[in-house]
Design a protein around this ligand. Structure first.
Ligand code: NAD
Length: 381
């Protein structure tokens, strides 16, 4: 069978779901590979590089969808892409079925199987296919780079002939995958890094990465904001108030704040208020990785960078992985290739869509004319 990757059609999306290296691995699984011309260019992969890796290059998206039995892409399909799907074809991409019910129904009406990369269960065996984590890792790293780019000083402290420079103080709010990546990047640049999360079990991880966990003055047993699957639950009003009070206390001292706090299925909690921004020093930077879901900072403007009257830069970009398209394409294409490995146990270029497999079942949103979302919880942790 043939696996094909079209060029992403959303403006500003530079990632691509197949790289020359992943194509070689897909061929080892028995598949032929095809790509739309120019699909990898923005991520640094030329048509020639694909051809050298044995990939057929076709001139149009229509030709790509016609040639491919399995279409692998990054973004959820647009209407025009749904129209190109046909019965028996498989689409693998980010899909967010809970938020895209109409899209899911449209794909199902076409008779296509949809594998949603965002629905891969977060169990140990599936880590190699966990595209949410691979992209969050990049977003956390890039958030710090973006902060540095907008910050007029060093991260690291220095004693130079021209004077003594204090280290930057960085606060990371939310220590999930993106937050931990941000902590690692900020500490490796020499900043003094602080981090906070409602899940107390991450304190150890935060400290092992060289950052200081910010504890609240709050009863221990009431401080646990963990829910199932390693995610957070909504904080009690008392806990939320204690958190805001602590942030208010430390805000004037922070040079850079990176917010990543999310609760599944909800808008981002508002944790960095207008008065906290106003209390920060001129030249300070906030990067709000929760901007897509409304932002953790009250003043964040989605997809924009603003500077407040008191000189604080607030970055609300939502395309951090695409801003590092070579890296993110490499990792995402590898996630897809691992999904194909699990779908092709015989390495014969024929997918075996085994709905008894927790990972395949969990990620499948439509199959054989049926909507299969939401999936049952995985049997194995
Ligand atoms: P996420 O993007 O849903 O949330 C980011 C972080 O924000 C979380 O750590 C959450 O606790 C925190 N948060 C929520 N409300 C907050 C608040 N009010 N104040 C401060 N922080 C707040 O999370 P994620 O990065 O997707 O990861 C969630 C968990 O899943 C982590 O424990 C991670 O280790 C785990 N995980 C496991 C696997 C696996 O086993 N395969 C893979 C990926 C992630």
């Amino acid at each position: 069978m043939k696996i094909g990757t079209p060029k992403e059609i959303i403006e500003g999306e530079d990632r691509v779901a197949m790289t020359p290296a992943s194509a070689k691995d897909l061929q080892k699984l028995g598949y032929d590979c095809v790509i739309e011309t120019g699909a990898g260019l923005a991520a640094g992969f030329s048509d020639e590089a694909y051809q050298e890796a044995g990939v057929e290059v076709v001139k149009t998206a229509a030709a790509l969808y016609k040639a491919a039995d399995i279409v692998a892409k990054v973004r959820p399909p647009e209407d025009v892409e749904i129209k190109r799907l046909r019965e028996g074809q498989t689409l693998i991409s980010f899909f967010y079925p809970a938020q895209n019910k109409e899209l899911m129904e449209a794909a199902n009406a076409k008779g296509a199987t949809v594998i949603a990369m965002d629905m891969v269960p977060r169990i140990s065996r599936a880590q190699k296919m966990d595209a949410l984590s691979s992209m969050a890792n990049i977003a956390g790293y890039r958030a710090v780079i973006e902060a540095g780019n907008n910050f007029g000083r060093f991260f690291t402290g220095q004693v130079t002939a021209a004077g003594k420079v204090p280290p930057a103080k960085v606060l990371v709010v939310g220590a999930g995958v993106a937050g931990l990546a941000a902590i690692g990047t900020a500490t490796s640049l020499g900043a003094i890094t602080y981090a906070f999360d409602v899940r107390p079990e991450v304190a150890e991880q935060v400290e092992s990465m060289g950052a200081e966990f910010v504890f609240l003055d709050f009863e221990e047993e009431q401080q646990d904001g963990s829910a199932t699957g390693g995610y957070a639950s909504v904080s009690s009003p008392e806990f939320a108030a204690a958190q805001l009070a602590k942030f208010r206390e430390i805000a004037p001292d922070m040079d850079i704040v990176i917010t990543t706090a999310l609760i599944p299925g909800r808008d981002a909690p508002e944790l960095w208020t207008k008065d906290m921004v106003e209390s920060m020093k001129p030249g300070s930077v906030i990067v709000d990785l929760a901007a897509e879901r409304g932002g953790n900072c009250k003043l964040t403007v989605k997809d924009e960078k603003i500077v407040t009257d008191n000189g604080v830069t607030i970055v609300g970009y939502t395309d951090f992985p695409s801003r590092m398209a070579a890296q993110s394409s490499t990792l995402y294409a590898t996630n897809i290739r691992h999904m194909m490995t699990d779908l092709t146990p015989e390495k014969d270029g024929q997918p075996n869509h085994n709905m008894d497999d927790d990972v395949i079942r969990g990620a499948t949103a439509t199959h054989k004319g049926e909507i299969t979302f939401p999936p049952p919880p995985p049997k194995v942790a």
